[in-house]
Design a protein around this ligand. Structure first.
Ligand code: HAM
Length: 424
């Protein structure tokens, strides 16, 4: 016997129940994005490697350890996308989308790839549903994006969500903070892991990404970025908060929320669900006011975020929330003898043409086996076609739960099923 090939580590098979839930979550997020004026964009799942290196940052965990990099047959250096923002910004510039009315609001759903240590809620291939709004620095836009993110999760019925926000300042004021932070870190150098010790010179902000307990402890007293940001950024952040207050979104201020990408400026945020274990961020995002220009595009401030779809599904499971039940088949077409398989097949086709969810068992041995199958599939009704039905043109429609049955023409059956499916 040949050896069974299993899926790669850190990937998942979504079997029908979960795949249907994934589709439901994706579709419901899409309608939320659209409600807020975002339009769909689809970008490639792989890009030139340098795209991510430049935007996410050479010294981030993602670029240093987690990218799936490869060369194609012509020797081009490519990478599977670890996130969606870089691609959206690239597409924005490449397709001259700055000509569209600003802010240009775009959303995407799709798989991302990061070579991380797999665990509950953390995969090497995972789904994100993200939104990016490019072309405005207005604090109202920050609040709108945060509201969209938080309201969608709440709309699914997820309870105990915590929204954390921070401001990371701009390129003018951040160097002062970095100087202070570096000095603080140097004073505690021996307490940090090897990677963080290297980060002190390279990119000290990245020490906040470390999951090592000793590093977190050593950082407890670290200077807070909020104390160093300029008056303009303070004012911006204050306005973001007052807009959030206005629409009743509650948040916690987290002065160490710097997130794992170098492109962030000013507002950053995350939505956490503490009951989820160590991978408890359901969504995260922030402003990236220099990224478009850094990629060679126009000076366009921007803000965005992404949901982690698997983590939303996990949250629904943990809190036992049912957001989606698959609608049962309207009708199961059954034949009495082989001779009626043909008219049954024809009826099946007509029912589907009328948008009814219909099934049939080609392999079944007899009517009893077919009705058993209809029960298993939780079909609402069975349409039984025997010789008499073929001759009279009236089929038997049996309601499987009550056992009630009546003889009707196919046309009448369609009418009845459509009516009852509408009322269901
Ligand atoms: P991120 O925080 O890296 O941000 O990812 C967003 C969300 O994706 C996380 O909150 C988490 O729910 C989910 N996620 C991340 N890594 C994994 C993983 N290995 N397995 C499962 N889920 C995961 C970004 O990616 C930014 N591009 C968001 C953004 C958009 N910022 C501005 N615009």
């Amino acid at each position: 016997m040949s050896e069974i090939i299993t899926r790669p580590r850190g990937t998942q098979d979504f079997l029908p129940d979960k795949a249907e839930l994934l589709h439901f979550v994706n579709e419901s997020a899409v309608s939320f994005f659209e409600k807020y004026g975002f339009r769909a964009i689809v970008t490639p799942t792989f890009e030139k490697e340098e795209l991510f290196k430049r935007s996410i940052g050479e010294s981030t965990d993602i670029v240093q350890k987690e990218m799936y990099e490869f060369k194609d047959k012509a020797g081009r250096k490519l990478a599977l996308r670890p996130e969606g923002t870089a691609s959206v910004v690239r597409a924005y510039i490449e397709n001259n989308m700055a000509a569209m009315p600003r802010p240009v609001k775009l959303f995407y759903t799709g798989q991302m790839f990061r070579y991380e240590r797999p665990q509950a809620g953390r995969y090497r291939e995972f789904w994100q549903m993200g939104a990016e709004a490019i072309g405005s620095a207005e604090p109202a836009l920050d609040a709108e994006v945060i509201e969209l993110c938080f309201s969608y999760l709440s709309s699914l019925g997820i309870k105990d969500l915590i929204l954390k926000i921070n401001s990371m300042g701009c390129r003018e004021c951040r160097p002062d903070y970095i100087k202070e932070l570096r000095q603080f870190l140097r004073g505690k150098e021996g307490q940090f892991c090897k990677t963080c010790a290297q980060r002190i010179d390279l990119n000290p902000l990245r020490v906040f990404d470390c999951k090592n307990e000793n590093c977190s402890k050593a950082l407890a007293e670290a200077p807070k970025i909020a104390d160093y940001i300029c008056e303009e950024d303070k004012e911006h952040f204050k306005k973001v908060r007052s807009y959030l207050d206005l629409v009743g979104i509650t948040y916690e201020l987290d002065p160490h929320l710097v997130r794992g990408f170098d492109y962030y400026t000013r507002t950053t945020f995350e939505v956490l669900l503490p009951g989820l274990g160590s991978q408890n961020a359901l969504a995260g995002g922030g402003r990236y006011d220099y990224l478009v220009a850094d990629y060679g595009g126009p000076k366009e401030p921007a803000i965005g975020f992404a949901f982690g779809t698997e983590r939303i599904i996990l949250a629904l499971e943990v809190q036992k929330i049912t957001v989606f039940t698959k609608p049962e088949p309207d009708v199961f077409v059954a034949w009495v003898e082989e001779a009626q398989k043909l008219p049954a097949f024809k009826a099946l086709s007509i029912l589907r043409d009328k948008h009814l969810k219909a099934g049939m068992a080609y392999d079944a041995k007899n009517l009893k086996a077919q009705l058993k199958m209809a029960d298993k599939l939780q079909a609402r009704t069975a349409l039984i076609i025997g010789e008499e039905e073929v001759q009279t043109g009236k089929c038997t429609l049996k309601y499987l739960e009550s056992g009630k049955q009546k003889k009707l023409s196919l046309e009448e059956i369609i009418k009845e099923l459509k009516l009852s499916s509408y009322h269901n």
